[in-house]
Design a protein around this ligand. Structure first.
Ligand code: NAD
Ligand code: TYD
Length: 360
């Protein structure tokens, strides 16, 4: 039985990935989820898997080399899927240090622990061991012109402390591939959306605020473009890269779904109106006049767009979920999981929101 070590599995993409993997492989794999449960880590995301015999949660920090080394010493790990990171650009602008600690040093700890466990005396590696580093398209910087795309060969040109820390971790992984022939892949994915996404990110924030009749903050002119991918498609891509990708290669993952932020907000408002029943009291809250232009994000990248050609040609992956379908599934999930939203938006989140948006 193949054993996966998933870092950051209590976060948004990590928990969706764990659900995807159990749906796909059932009891034929084992997953160990290592997460130190920051504000973004939530074990509620994993309630339906926590009793499985082939699932284990370990509360540990990826910067703690002793704790991570112990996990490798006590388990024969076959796959590492490394999600754990600080992931929010706005937070990185306010407090970059934790981004460097977790994203850079934490990745180094993961690489060293896997290398120590998998390396043989002659410097080669045990057969069929693989490390996948989950990264972002933001490492490539910003595209100004329409019709241009990020390719795997696009030079790294990060602008925010978040993307700089992710680019640094990509480079560390690359250095292990180049220096030690360490069996790793890097994936650079565009913006994800879907169930369990923390409402500091655009899509869940807009859904949550609109349902409550709160202002919908738009940074700058609202015309920044992101390429949105439904999270299950990302989970599938990660699995396919790990099983079918060429070792040592980088693969871009994207939705072929570029949209301006303001258009995303209009689509969400329209979809909420369609999906809420006539007598639902939240219906009257969902209004266009909630849209509020606020101060722009510092260093705000204008446009991201991924060319997922290599992953399609080599591996056969392509984005399956159309945005209209994905956003309906996402909204339906938020309707069904009001308690989840209540829990994550209490406490620390309220303070974050007040600091970030001035209590609006
Ligand atoms: P998230 O913020 O929702 O989750 C991060 C998880 O990592 C949380 O469970 C948190 O508790 C855990 N974590 C943080 N620091 C840790 C530490 N020091 N030790 C152990 N666990 C720690 O993030 P996400 O949106 O799910 O993103 C996951 C990964 O995917 C990140 O590496 C991110 O850079 C990358 N990514 C995200 C997107 C996106 O749109 N969200 C797009 C492309 C790539
Ligand atoms: P975000 O979800 O934070 O993802 P990222 O910055 O990693 O792409 O933001 C997506 C886009 O939405 C980005 O251009 C910033 C913008 N945005 C707003 O306009 N208002 C908001 O309240 C947030 C959180 C983001």
């Amino acid at each position: 039985m193949r054993t996966y070590l998933v870092t950051g599995g209590a976060g948004f993409i990590g928990s969706n990935y764990i659900h995807y993997m159990f749906r796909k492989y059932g009891n034929s794999i084992r997953i160990i989820n290592v997460d130190c449960l920051t504000y973004a880590g939530n074990l509620e995301n994993l309630k339906s898997v926590e009793d499985r015999e082939n699932y284990t949660f370990i509360n540990a920090n990826i910067c703690d080399s002793e704790a991570i080394g112990k996990i490798f010493a006590e388990n024969e790990i076959d796959r590492v899927v490394h999600f754990a990171a600080e992931s929010h650009v706005d937070r990185s602008i306010k407090d970059p240090e934790i981004f460097v600690k977790t994203n850079v040093l934490g990745t180094l700890v993961m690489l060293n622990a896997a290398k120590a466990a998998w390396e043989l005396e002659d410097g080669s590696f045990k057969a069929d061991k693989k490390f996948l580093h989950v990264s972002t398209d933001e490492v490539y910087g910003s595209l100004e012109e329409e019709g241009t795309f990020f390719y795997e060969t696009t030079p790294l040109d990060p602008h925010s402390p978040y993307s700089a820390s992710k680019a640094s971790s990509d480079m560390l992984v690359k250095s292990y591939i180049d220096t030690y022939h360490f069996p790793a892949n890097i994936t650079n994915c565009s913006n994800n959306y879907g169930p369990y996404q923390f409402p500091e990110k655009l899509i869940p924030l807009i859904i949550n605020n609109a349902l409550q009749g709160n202002k919908l903050p738009v940074y700058g002119d609202g015309k920044n473009v992101r390429d949105w991918l439904y999270v299950d498609d990302h989970a599938k891509a990660i699995d396919m890269v790990q099983e079918k990708g060429r070792i040592g290669e980088r693969y871009n993952i994207g939705g072929h779904n570029e949209k301006q932020n303001i258009d995303i907000i209009h689509i969400i408002l329209r979809t909420l109106q369609e999906m809420l029943s006539e007598d639902d009291p939240r219906r009257k809250n969902v209004r266009e006049d909630l849209i509020t232009y606020v101060e722009d994000r510092k260093g705000h990248d204008r446009r991201y767009a991924i060319a997922p050609d290599k992953i399609k040609e080599e591996i056969g992956w392509y984005p399956e979920t159309m945005f209209e379908e994905g956003i309906k599934k996402t909204i339906a999930w938020f309707f069904e999981n009001e308690e989840w939203m209540k829990h994550v938006t209490s406490g620390d989140y309220q303070k974050y929101y007040e600091d970030m948006y001035g209590g609006k």
